[in-house]
Write a protein that binds this ligand. Structure first.
Ligand code: CA
Length: 279
């Protein structure tokens, strides 16, 4: 190796040393110096986070428990209120029981009185009959027809009621039945004359219908055979053009005193009939 080559070799080594300086032992020492505190800090941070999370969970549990306690308190309050109410009701029941026991005798008396009402009703009819006999005796009347209630007219052995109010045919039928009577049944010429004398010129319901079987019958279900002279011309016509749905199934005494079939819901005056009281 000549000098030139040696110098070049030296230069090359110098360059190599300059490019890659040797690792300093003081840098490793510094890294080690910070490594453990950093790890410690990380561990502490992790511990803080863990404890925080644990605290949050605990807080949530505590809140749930508090809520449960609150609900339980409400339930207990409700139960106490219900219990108090039940106790008050029980006291009221006891009071009622006491009152009923004390008034048992009176209640028995009321019950007996109610039982006797039917007897009183029968007695009332007997008194009315007796009154009728006395009236006949006082008037020295030989009439054998009997007596009628106030506002009812006697004819033959029947009493007749000519209403001033208007009802449907069924309403009229019910009204008569409540009074112990029925819608009028006309069989003899005398009855027709008597009744029409009272009704004309007003229309009245009579106890005639074909609504039950399609054939005309009286309210006591006696069949009725049509007499043309008793009906208005062209009647019965079972007219359906009145807008009331259905046929005309009920008979009215027309203003002319003759019959016409009419829709049963029509509101008309009515005639009731029942047996007179025997004097
Ligand atoms: Ca008609």
């Amino acid at each position: 190796m000549d000098d030139y080559q040696y110098e070049r070799e030296e230069d090359r080594r110098a360059l190599w040393i300059k490019d890659f300086p040797p690792v300093s032992l003081s840098g490793v020492s510094k890294f080690r110096h910070w490594l453990f505190p950093a790890l410690g800090a990380v561990v502490i941070l992790v511990l803080i986070i863990a404890v925080g999370a644990s605290n949050t969970k605990m807080s949530n549990r505590l809140w749930s428990v508090e809520q449960s306690n609150s609900n339980l308190s409400n339930v207990i309050q409700s139960l106490n209120a219900s219990l108090q109410q039940a106790q008050e009701t029980a006291k009221e029941v006891q009071k009622l029981k006491f009152i009923v026991e004390n008034n048992k005798d009176q209640l028995t008396s009321v019950s007996e009185a109610l039982k006797q009402l039917s007897v009183v009703d029968s007695l009332s009819k007997s008194i009315a009959s007796l009154k009728c006999s006395l009236e006949h005796f006082i008037k020295n009347s030989s009439a054998t027809g009997g007596c009628c209630p106030f506002n009812w007219d006697l004819f033959g052995s029947s009493c007749y009621y000519f209403s001033s109010l208007s009802l449907s045919w069924n309403g009229s039928k019910d009204w008569c039945e409540k009074e112990g009577s029925h819608l009028v049944i006309l069989t003899t010429n005398e009855e027709w004359d008597f009744v029409t004398h009272h009704t004309m010129p007003n229309p009245f319901w009579v106890g005639l219908t074909d609504g039950r079987t399609g054939r005309w019958e009286w309210v006591n279900q006696t069949p009725y055979i049509i007499e043309r002279r008793r009906w208005m011309p062209g009647q019965p016509d079972s007219w359906t053009g009145h807008g009331l749905h259905g046929n005309e199934d009920c008979a009215q005494l027309h203003s002319s005193g003759r019959l016409n079939d009419m829709h049963c819901s029509k509101q008309l005056r009515y005639i009731c009939q029942k047996h007179s009281l025997r004097g």
